[in-house]
Design a protein around this ligand. Sequence first.
Ligand code: GLP
Length: 264
Amino acid sequence: MRIIIKDTPQQVAVWAADLIASRIRRKAEHTPAPFVLGLPTGSTPLETYKELIRRHKAGEMSFANVITFNMDEYVGLPEEHPESYHSFMRRNFFNRIDIRPENIHILDGNAPDLARECADYEAAIAAAGGIDLFLGGVGEDGHIAFNEPFSSLASRTRIKTLTPDTLAANARFFGGDTSLVPAQALTVGVGTILAAREVAILATGRRKARAVRHGVEGPYDHRWPVSALQTHSCGIIVCDEAAAEELRVATYRYFKNIETACNP
Ligand code: GLP
């Protein structure tokens, strides 16, 4: 696993945007097939989205040949609700870049048959040729997408009931009222994320330090779903200094030294 430790959240965003831009470019050099990008919501990726939008507006990047699959969506929240992940993605990213609407995939949390919706989503990912790069965030309790602690590390897209911790963490988007946060979500599984050719998890701020420590230094452990990244051949955690704060000094220095050696 690669751990990239940057000074600030802004530098994390620039690093992530560089990664996405370079991977889109690299694929385009070899094939006309679209680049398949997995995307998260949450406050962490917002800076990355801003940086990608800035590059697009500056004429440096196009998303015309990109297909996206979002990680998750609440169950039962109307799509037009401002806190649905459909609204979030339109507002913070899709409406401001040149992606084709038909290339955007987000789970439908209001589908009449939710199990069918999840199975169809997995099939759509497969039909697109699999995900080239899955970008993600991490919850304070180590969840990735909505794969809460004790999720199967081989899981695929399915319906999940959210933990009280996640409901409390996400209440800030619902006027601070936990009871307004939908209790369930559709989410890609840990296995779906790990099936991507490359996975980059972003973590910024002190609140994520414990999850980063368990993900990097802890064992492969379903109590900390982010630790599953340890089994991926191209898994990266990109964090800022605050989120790296609970790493052992030896771990911190090891990854900082590698990065300096690679980018003198
Ligand atoms: C939600 C999302 C996750 C996200 C997490 C952390 O639970 N389903 O995909 O990683 O929140 O969000 P934030 O980046 O706001 O801390």
